[in-house]
Design a protein. Structure first.
Length: 55
């Protein structure tokens, strides 16, 4: 599975939104969140069934 993001906002929107959200490195934040999500999905997909429906 491959995930990626592209920030299409112009510079006039990027600067103030960083101040408003407190996230200065949006690309880094997105990358970390994507990695965490994919790791969680992998763990769930590879976990033994243990009562889950096998169908």
């Amino acid at each position: 599975m491959i995930e990626s993001t592209v920030d299409l906002r112009g510079a006039l929107l990027r600067a103030p939104s960083s101040l408003g959200t407190g996230v200065l490195d949006r690309a880094g934040r997105n990358r970390r969140n994507i990695e965490r999500t994919l790791a969680a999905l992998k763990a769930i997909a590879e976990a033994p069934a243990n009562g889950r429906d096998s169908a």
